[in-house]
Design a protein. Structure first.
Length: 360
């Protein structure tokens, strides 16, 4: 799964570059590009279903919606009649309506934002209304006042005259984009996420689509760039989800280890450290980064080095780098010395204990 996450953006880059042609310059190669985006989206869906054990329903919805959208774009490009093109348009809109919904729910979960059980029901109800409107061309004239079918340079397209409710989908997307940004900002301000890296990854996932959408609105690009940006966004969201899940796993290991009986402080550290070293240790705790805090808590909870590296998905050299910074801030030279001073402070009384636990 990691290989898919790291190599997929490189595979998508040539698709972006080759697919962005001006109006009137379309050719049959666009159909091949759309077919490739369908294959890529299905690959991500299959990898997620095969590699992730505890599947999240919102990720399943997201990863299913992206190939639906791209399949609609592909079907549109090869349609042979107005009826086929309209049906392809409905398929693309079906995925497009569900995509922002699933993205918002994923961001709510990753940012540890609480919401009522009623929220998904309301969002699905709104999505159903929006889909009814955007799927109405060929039946009603509320979304497209007029629509006709053309084949330009071997690629099918719809020629549309917009109806009175056409702005609805625009407001639908902007509403979701605004909600996603608001959730990320709020979660960052209240420190609901485990690290700023989560916020950065989530912001990228959202702003990739916002940026692509604005580019498509401001320039007459014939290729649906969102077909590619959706795949990139789902990879970023999956990355943020995996980061958050691994951090929680390490925190659980720490809590489980702390629940075990400890060796008496007197037996563990017969030699008392100087008071000034205690003060340096306590003051250093306040300067630890989020990653250093996690490693510190893991050390005092007796989590093994291998478990720490596996959970944080880092190599030994990276852990050594964090150790160097951690030891320097706490005024110790080794993991053993760190644990000894922690136990001494804990044995002093509630004051020392509360200060050493301030990082949690």
């Amino acid at each position: 799964m990691k290989k898919v996450l790291t190599t997929m953006p490189l595979l998508l880059l040539p698709l972006c570059l080759s697919g962005c042609s001006r109006v009137g310059d379309k050719d049959a190669s666009l159909s091949i590009i759309y077919a490739a985006t369908v294959a890529l989206a299905l690959t991500v869906l299959v990898c997620y279903c095969r590699q992730i054990r505890d599947k999240n329903c919102w990720f399943v919805l997201l990863f299913s919606s992206v190939p639906v959208v791209n399949a609609g774009y592909f079907w549109m490009s090869v349609s042979a009649s107005l009826e086929q093109a309209l049906m392809a348009n409905r398929v693309a809109y079906l995925g497009s309506v569900l995509l922002p919904l699933s993205m918002l729910m994923i961001i709510l979960n990753v940012t540890n934002t609480r919401y009522g059980k009623w929220l998904p029901r309301i969002l699905f109800a709104i999505a159903a209304v929006v889909f009814f409107v955007v799927a109405s061309p060929g039946i009603l004239d509320i979304y497209y006042r007029e629509v006709s079918f053309e084949i330009r340079n071997g690629v099918s397209t719809l020629v549309k005259v917009y109806g009175p409710l056409h702005p609805m989908y625009l407001f639908y997307l902007l509403g979701y984009f605004g909600a996603m940004v608001a959730v990320i900002i709020r979660a960052s301000a209240k420190r609901q996420m485990d690290s700023t890296a989560h916020a950065v990854v989530l912001a990228i996932a959202v702003f990739v689509n916002i940026g692509v959408w604005f580019i498509e609105q401001l320039s007459r690009i014939d290729f649906e760039m969102l077909s590619v940006s959706y795949i990139i966004s789902e990879l970023f969201l999956l990355g943020a989800h995996l980061m958050e899940r691994e951090t929680r796993r390490l925190q659980k290991l720490v809590m489980d280890a702390q629940a075990m009986p400890e060796i008496p402080a007197a037996a563990a550290a017969p030699a008392a450290a100087a008071p000034d070293r205690h003060e340096l240790f306590i003051s250093g705790l306040q300067e630890l980064t989020q990653t250093e805090k996690i490693i510190y808590e893991a050390y005092i909870a007796h989590v093994t080095t291998k478990e720490i590296m596996a959970t944080l998905n880092i190599k030994e050299n990276t852990l050594k780098f964090h150790n160097k910074n951690l030891y320097s801030k706490l005024g110790v030279s080794s993991r053993k010395e760190l644990v000894e001073i922690y136990r001494q402070l804990k044995a002093i009384g509630e004051c020392g204990e509360s200060q050493t636990h301030a990082v949690r």
